[in-house]
Design a protein around this ligand. Structure first.
Ligand SMILES: *Cc1c(COP(=O)(O)O)cnc(C)c1O
Length: 383
């Protein structure tokens, strides 16, 4: 990458396409070649011991550079899944006897990691819903504050600048799972957050055909995470890196369509007589709309809503012809699911009730189909 390019900070769509590309001077090809070797000469031109599990093959570095450019971070590290990125970051920073503060409504996999891996190791954990509760939960041995904004499935948003200030004042690492927003809609590092994690399985790859994860942060943080990562071994192989690079090139274009379609469907659902309540941070009625409007450029492609009559939830999912009842999210195709039976199934019904996740809550990952088709599919299924 020519250095003038890095210095002139091009727009997000340009960065999606060009940042980090491994240009091959031998052929002048426009795309990064796929490096399949696991055996590399040493010493080589860079005097670096290159090996996929050292997270340093060229195709991994392409993704690292592209995500660092998109999130405005110094460096990044690419993993085989979102959970590999999240668990490696947490293991790099938390040791037995340490304490961490987490947002209450987290991705289910992250909740299980905390309960099944961190707690048994003797790592103390506390949960909070907002900045006042995070501050109240801090202890002398707190090492890390971890948030998700917007969150799954209620799309709650936390004030990221306030979280960053809280951590900075006490030398505590602040981390956000930025999967729902993507770097197109939200750049937490610019608000002072120390580290960003992504499930690249979702919007970053965008085509529901790949598992991957990313951490973006300062060079020093990435250095520490990388030292832990080669012990845990959760790296992404070069073919998958290439596929992810290809998906990332259209991220800005896709997010604009996700933002547009979700905003339109949220407005449609809000006025529909069969719908009791719509959760979308772009709606003025959302409890965190003001926070979201301050820190996001777009409100994303995720919506959740409740039906007035909970007994009609199965009917709704059964009647849809275009929108697919399926798990996961963030792909080009619209997907719908019932969190109480899927992502939040392993919570007790009391825990779900406390978290505000009712049995009639429906989560919609709005794809980039024509919005007229999505709206008429919902319209006929709600009838
Ligand atoms: C899917 C998801 C993850 C986990 O990612 P995987 O790629 O499935 O490991 C983490 N956080 C959020 C918000 C997610 O949606």
């Amino acid at each position: 990458m020519p250095s003038e390019f890095e210095q002139s900070t091009p727009g997000l769509a340009t960065r999606c396409i060009h940042a980090g590309t491994h240009l091959d001077p031998g052929t002048g090809g426009a795309c990064s070649p796929i490096f399949t070797s696991t055996a590399f000469a040493f010493p080589n031109a860079t005097n670096e011991n290159i090996y996929p599990r050292y997270f340093n093959v060229p195709n991994q570095k392409v993704i690292n550079r592209k995500l660092a450019a998109l999130e405005g971070g110094e460096d990044a590290l690419t993993f085989a899944s979102g959970m590999a990125a999240i668990s490696t970051l947490l293991f790099a920073y938390l040791k037995p006897g340490d304490h961490a503060v987490f947002q209450g409504d987290l991705y289910g996999g992250t909740r299980h990691l905390i309960a099944q891996e961190l707690v048994p190791l003797g790592i103390g954990v506390s949960f909070g819903r907002n900045i006042a509760e995070f501050a109240a939960a801090l202890r002398p041995n707190t090492r890390l504050v971890y948030v998700e904004s917007p969150s799954n499935p209620l799309l709650r948003c936390v004030d990221l600048a306030a979280v960053a200030a809280l951590g900075r004042a006490r030398g505590i690492l602040t981390v956000i799972d930025n999967t729902f927003a993507t770097p197109i809609n939200q750049n937490p590092l610019a608000l002072g957050i120390d580290a960003v994690v992504h499930s690249a399985t979702k919007y970053l790859n965008g085509h529901s055909d790949l598992n991957a994860g990313i951490v973006v942060a300062s060079g020093a943080i990435i250095h520490r995470v990388a030292a832990c990562a080669l012990n845990h071994g959760g790296m992404l192989d070069s073919h998958a890196c290439y596929q992810l690079e290809r998906g990332l090139k259209t991220l800005a274009l896709r997010m604009a369509a996700h933002n547009h379609n979700a905003a339109g469907l949220a407005r449609f659902l809000q006025t529909h007589p069969a719908v009791a309540r719509v959760n979308y941070p772009g709606l003025a009625a959302h409890p965190d709309h003001a926070i979201a409007a301050r820190q996001m450029r777009g409100f994303g492609g995720m919506i959740s809503f409740e039906l007035l009559d909970p007994s009609r939830v199965d009917g709704l999912l059964g009647q849809l012809r275009l929108i697919l009842p399926a798990l996961s999210l963030g792909g080009i195709e619209s997907l719908i699911c019932i969190p109480s039976r899927t992502s939040h199934l392993r919570m007790s019904s009391l825990e779900r009730q406390e978290a505000g996740i009712s049995d009639s809550l429906v989560r919609l990952s709005v794809g980039i189909e024509d919005i007229e088709d999505l709206q008429s599919d919902l319209e006929q299924a709600l009838r």
